[in-house]
Design a protein around this ligand. Structure first.
Ligand SMILES: *Cc1c(COP(=O)(O)O)cnc(C)c1O
Length: 370
């Protein structure tokens, strides 16, 4: 009996995405081994954070790196660093930002649940543009001597009302405004580990618990040395804003192992495997009455990986009923709803080779004979 069976927790086959509520991702053996290794000694945590950071920076072609307790915590600490710099008195007062540069600019079209990580620092969010359109002049006009940073959220929310990140970086740099890129789910492609910062972003922040398959509660901040040096005193183990976002020695070691592994993967082969899975699902599901299956690309976070969109044109089940039947069945299968009210997405990226046919078989069972 494993811990889940002992607790009566159902195993979920994840055909949805690297979602926190499903457990993020599955750590490969080398990550688990690194965490286990790290668990055996007392060490100086600041020293470990610094040395792991040096290795992570070298591996990812960045100036500096920091391990946070998740991408969202990384965003909070990066914003805090922009507000306080090295001012210890200011750090001690957060989230009271009175008298400090305490405005953070964001595109209105990028507003999303994760911006809580920005607001918790005590800053005022200054929205520019509308939900569907933003002009460079809107950004220029929003920058004042109170501006601490610009935060760019890369994902489903980008590309709607915004103009390109390169232009944001250019305009912000000209006014000495740091640009923080929340790139939590922007792997693959692996090159994103250095692409945003080489474009000139002050930092790019990735989730350790998504495609990196590091510890679920880890995040990777990559970027400028001055920013990361100002994040350190704002973070654990110091009694400051980041203290409730503690990162353990095991997470630091695990994330380093995960990044090393990620850089050594054959990403092309992985992509081809997902394409084969999607093509096979499409073939089988298109053979069912009232069902239309097609390749969808890129996926919801904009990652260059395919999914299979299954649309129930003439089927008996509604989208909701199908999502629920998959979740409540045995095995329990998690899928995402598509924006088509009759559709769902099947995502191979979080499935093992053994799970792929189980998902297919369950769908065939639910959608046949109607
Ligand atoms: C997943 C995600 C986060 C949160 O990442 P954690 O590592 O779970 O903290 C933040 N921002 C975006 C855009 C995300 O997709």
């Amino acid at each position: 009996m494993n811990i889940y069976e002992e607790l009566g927790i159902k195993r979920v086959i994840n055909a949805s995405a690297t979602l926190t509520r499903l457990g993020g991702s599955i750590m490969p053996p080398e990550v688990i081994a690194a965490m286990q290794d790290a668990a055996g000694w007392f060490i100086d945590l600041d020293d470990l954070q610094a040395k792991v950071g040096t290795r992570l920076a070298e591996l990812t072609h960045n100036e500096s790196a920091y391990v946070s307790s998740g991408a969202a915590a990384g965003v909070a600490l990066a914003v805090a660093a922009c507000v306080t710099g090295q001012d210890r008195d200011a750090m001690g007062r957060l989230p009271d930002t009175g008298g400090l540069r305490n405005e953070v600019i964001v595109f209105k079209s990028h507003r999303n649940g994760y911006d809580h990580a920005v607001r918790m620092v005590g800053v005022k969010l200054v929205e520019v543009g509308s939900a569907t359109h933003t002009e460079p002049a809107d950004l220029d006009a929003a920058i004042t001597d109170k501006t601490a940073a610009f935060v760019w959220f890369q994902g489903a929310m980008s590309g709607r009302g915004d103009f390109p990140l390169a232009q944001v970086i250019e305009r912000c740099s000209a006014r000495r405004v740091p640009v923080i890129v929340d790139a939590a789910a922007q792997l693959p492609p692996v090159e994103n580990l250095w692409r945003f910062t080489q474009m000139g972003a002050t930092c790019a922040i990735f989730s350790g618990g998504k495609d990196l398959r590091g510890p679920q509660s880890s995040g990777l901040v990559l970027g400028s040395k001055w920013l990361i040096e100002a994040m350190r005193p704002n973070g654990n183990p110091n009694a400051s804003l980041g203290r409730p976002m503690k990162v353990g020695k095991e997470e630091m070691a695990g994330l380093l192992a995960a990044v090393k592994r990620y850089l050594s993967l054959d990403h092309q082969a992985r992509c081809e495997r997902d394409e084969r899975v999607v093509a096979a699902w499409c073939r089988v599901l298109n053979g069912l009455h009232g069902v239309r299956a097609q390749r969808s690309f890129p996926n919801e976070a904009g990652q260059p990986l395919p999914r299979c969109e299954v649309v129930l044109d003439g089927a008996r089940l509604t989208q909701d009923e199908l999502v629920r039947a998959l979740r409540d069945g045995t095995p329990s299968i998690a899928v995402s709803a598509s924006s088509n009210p009759l559709g769902i997405f099947l995502n191979p990226m979080t499935l093992t080779d053994e799970e792929v046919p189980l998902v297919e078989a369950r769908l065939v069972e639910l959608l046949s004979h109607q």
